[in-house]
Design a binder for this molecule. Structure first.
Ligand code: COA
Length: 504
């Protein structure tokens, strides 16, 4: 590590270099840790892994707060080690999901813009240790983050102690990519001075209090590549319908071919939808999003996107090699910001974003469930989808019309858990088509959704439900005792279909 000490440019900090094991030994039972990391990018790796090792001998539990989901299987191993008391605000790991749903540890599913605000306000437990990954520490006292910013700025500003993990795998050339801005206390705050996607409003690194630095750890480990599945036939069709919707917006003059800054959520569907823009007529696009996935870089490569602002860069292995191998090509087209800023309602509304997120299911009136399978089991979390949907110019939700080989309809009479109410949802899209719900009354919404978005195998069943609901009347007609009939069919028969035809 001798030759790498130069990455700590403030020489007074050289004596703080310790091993990950030593740093992990400082963590006590009951503490709250603020870890860097956002959707598998820029997570602190060495100290959390050392904590997992320590758990083989010591009994302790901690609260783990992050930006979003962690990579390197960290959410898996932390969860398996049994050292988590409470996890927030987002995760996307199968093992952790299982442990959350088995109530082996607690999980708080939170709008991603709100964690920093709640920490500053003292509404969450105080951060005992901020553990953040960095490419370097500057001579003038700033931590230069790596491939994500997440909540690191607030963790560092609010923590009692700071541990920095300098990850040599990340090139120092990442310096200059970030824009760190933290709003002042509520009630004493000026407007956030960001009026354009490419505005820089803060510092290039995270300022810190020298007295809070407890240790600096050197590591060398790449981020985990993303696990998104490449576009398939259905996601391609979803993209086509979404592009038809946007084209219509251009035709009627509500948008130009530059569209408006685009936010696209996590996952395979959202990635495929952005990928679909490649062959579209839209140009000079801008992205103001949370996670910058492969598709954003593909759009930059072909000159369709001229600027992308995000909170993390999460790429497939292949794309990672290409992007970091030639980072200078992207340097003046990218900014990484704190999630509080990428997801800030004030900015989302000011910029007028087109926001595209994925639903697990939506109902005939446009309420969306993004998080709870069959209404009870946590999938990943709401992430930033609520920050964007409530405040976007156009809030679009996409999903395949069926899941699990057709046993699940993604359009149901009533969602079994509501993340985004009908008031926050403008357009819903499946591979069957889209429904533009803006300005429509509930009865108009139901007609359009059933006609345009439902899979043929569930159309009649939903129509029958809706017609019976109409006989009961009301602004938003329902047959309450049957409102969850699709979900109870699934629980009882393994399919939401009412009549199962058995072919012999
Ligand atoms: N009921 C049960 N399971 C369902 C379902 C439903 N209605 N709809 C989809 N699924 C399952 C799929 O079968 C798939 O299961 P598998 O992993 O066993 O194959 C899984 O959910 C993922 O679905 P997929 O169609 O591959 O979509 P995705 O990768 O795009 O993920 C979400 C979809 C909703 C889980 C994901 O986008 C998410 O967590 N969103 C919430 C957070 C968010 O929107 N953040 C955006 C701001 S960045």
């Amino acid at each position: 590590m001798e030759k790498n000490i130069g990455r700590i440019k403030d020489t007074s900090l050289h004596s703080f270099v310790v091993s990950a094991e030593k740093a992990a030994s400082w963590i006590q039972d009951g503490m709250t840790l603020g870890l860097s990391g956002f959707t598998r990018a820029g997570d602190a790796k060495a100290v959390p892994f050392a904590l997992v090792e320590r758990a083989k001998k010591d009994h302790f539990k901690v609260n783990i707060f992050t930006g979003a989901s962690l990579g390197s299987d960290l959410d898996k191993v932390l969860s398996e080690a049994g050292i988590i008391n409470k996890r927030l605000p987002f995760q996307a790991d199968a093992t952790m999901r299982k442990n959350i749903n088995a109530a082996n540890h607690l999980f708080v599913d939170q709008h991603l813009s709100q964690t920093a605000e709640m920490i500053r306000a003292g509404a969450l437990p105080a951060i005992d240790f901020a553990i953040v990954e960095a490419v370097s520490i500057t001579a003038d006292g700033m931590i230069i983050p790596t491939t994500s910013v997440g909540n690191s700025l607030t963790f560092v500003s609010q923590a009692k102690n700071i541990i920095v993990e300098i990850n040599l795998e990340h090139p120092e050339s990442l310096e200059g990519l970030h824009d760190l801005y933290e709003p002042a206390e509520q009630g004493k705050r000026e407007p956030i001075p960001l009026t354009k996607v490419d505005d820089r409003i803060g510092t290039v690194g995270i300022p810190f209090d020298l007295d809070k630095i407890k240790g600096i750890v050197f590591t060398k480990q790449a981020d985990s590549p993303s696990t998104i599945i490449p576009p398939d036939h259905e996601t391609g069709e979803i993209a086509e319908h979404l592009i038809s919707f946007l084209r219509e917006e251009v035709n009627v003059g509500r948008l130009t071919e530059k569209l408006a800054p685009i936010q696209a959520g996590i996952g395979s569907v959202a990635n495929a939808v952005l990928h679909g823009m490649i062959d579209s007529e839209f140009k000079d696009l801008q992205v103001y999003s949370e996670v910058l996935q492969d598709s954003v870089f593909e759009l930059i490569d072909i000159g369709k996107v001229n600027f992308a602002s995000g909170c993390s860069i999460t790429l497939s292995e292949e794309k990672m090699e290409q992007v970091y191998g030639d980072f200078d090509k992207y340097r003046d087209k990218l900014i990484l910001r704190p999630q509080e800023i990428t997801n800030h309602p004030e900015i989302i509304r000011r910029l007028g974003l087109i926001s595209i997120n994925t639903a697990l299911e939506f109902d005939i009136y446009g309420n969306v469930n993004s998080t709870h399978v069959s209404g009870t089991k946590m999938m990943n979390g709401i992430g930033g989808s609520g920050d964007f949907a409530r405040n976007a110019r156009v809030a679009i939700f996409v999903t395949k019309s069926i899941a699990k080989g057709g046993n699940i309809s993604s359009v149901v009479p009533f969602v079994a858990h509501v993340d985004h109410t009908e008031h926050d949802v403008d357009v819903v899209v499946t591979e069957q088509g889209y429904a533009d719900l803006r300005g429509l009354a509930p009865r108009e919404r139901a007609e359009l959704i059933i006609n345009n978005c439902v899979h043929p195998s569930y159309k009649e069943q939903l129509r029958t439900y809706y017609e019976e609901a109409l006989t009961r009347g009301g602004q938003t007609p329902h047959v309450l005792e049957k409102a969850f009939s699709f979900h109870t069919n699934l629980a009882n028969n393994g399919t939401m279909l009412e009549k199962v035809t058995v072919s012999l």
